[in-house]
Design a protein around this ligand. Structure first.
Ligand code: PAF
Length: 292
């Protein structure tokens, strides 16, 4: 796997691949790679001839400077983790490559960006939308792979590709979880042992609420018991816990069409997010549901 740091070198490489008739897949990341990212790389390697993994900790999507400063930077071990997967390039641009002097453009998506993390992290999705648009163009990708853990981000990126007539197909891939159900995230590294032991309650609370809604409990009651479950287990402030339509992310008060439950909650100074679909039971939920 070649490490490339400049747009010009990346362009020369993708032009060579195009001349050879190869298709290109991209997996955008901010590094601190875990099995969730690696599953995206696997999906990309299976779907396209050439695969670029990007690593750029994008300052424009951090609304909190402390969060940006604390974000893990682990390029060397990220490159090692990628080695067995067969990606062709690790693209690691610096700030000057991405946002050179005079940079003045922001991509802003309305609708799907507005609630959830868009409401609690002002400016976050403008930063994501701007950097992802640049990465899709710089890599000339036919397909781009994103995890469903960041479901709102996935819908924002789908909107951009559609609205800006980008040729890149956006592929959503399932959330990868630890064996206790915690969604994999680079932020999990910041949890101490006690917080790490508490964190699986997030998926547990969402799954129970999904089961309850499927069984006919009202959305309001199911969300209220999920909230109590989180608080009783020792979770801190809950930024949001909501049932939203899929894929438009409109707030739903009844389950008369497919939707997902979304949460963002704090634990030990770390903000964790997760979501589960309500219209289809996961394997985990099938185990929790009473047998007929
Ligand atoms: O999901 C992430 O890691 C980031 O938001 C992304 C898509 C790489 C853009 O910086």
């Amino acid at each position: 796997m070649k490490i490339i740091r400049s747009k010009a070198e990346l362009r020369a490489m993708t032009e060579d691949w195009r001349r050879a008739g190869d298709s290109i897949g991209v997996v955008p990341t901010m590094g601190a790679l875990h099995a969730g990212h690696l599953s995206l790389v696997e999906a990309a390697c299976a779907a396209t001839d050439r695969v670029i993994v990007t690593l750029f900790v994008n300052p424009k999507q951090f609304n909190n400077p402390e969060d940006l400063a604390k974000y893990p930077r682990t390029e060397e071990s990220d490159a090692e983790k990628l080695t067995p997967y067969g990606a062709d390039v690790l693209y690691v641009p610096d700030g000057a490559q991405m946002y050179p002097e005079g940079f003045a453009t922001t991509i802003s998506v309305s609708g799907v960006s507005d609630g959830l993390c868009g409401a609690t992290r002002p400016g976050h999705f403008d930063g994501v939308a701007t950097v992802v648009t640049k990465l899709l163009l710089q890599t000339d990708a036919d397909q781009a792979f994103f995890g469903e853990k960041d479901y709102q981000q996935l819908q924002v990126v789908r909107r951009i590709a559609e609205d800006l007539d980008l040729k890149t197909r956006i592929i959503g891939c399932p959330t990868i979880r630890e064996s206790d159900g915690l969604a994999m995230s680079s932020r999990n590294l910041r949890l101490d042992d006690r917080a790490r032991a508490t964190a699986p309650v997030i998926r547990e609370a969402l799954s129970r609420a999904a089961i309850e809604i499927r069984e006919g409990v009202s959305v309001e009651t199911a969300l209220q018991s999920a909230r109590s479950r989180l608080t009783d287990a020792g979770m801190g402030e809950i930024d949001y816990l909501e049932f939203r339509g899929d894929p438009d992310l409109a707030i739903l008060s009844t389950a008369d069409r497919p939707g997902r439950i979304f949460v963002a909650a704090w634990l030990d100074g770390v903000r964790l997010i997760d979501n589960v679909p309500v219209h289809e039971a996961s394997q985990h939920e099938r185990r929790l549901e009473p047998a007929d």
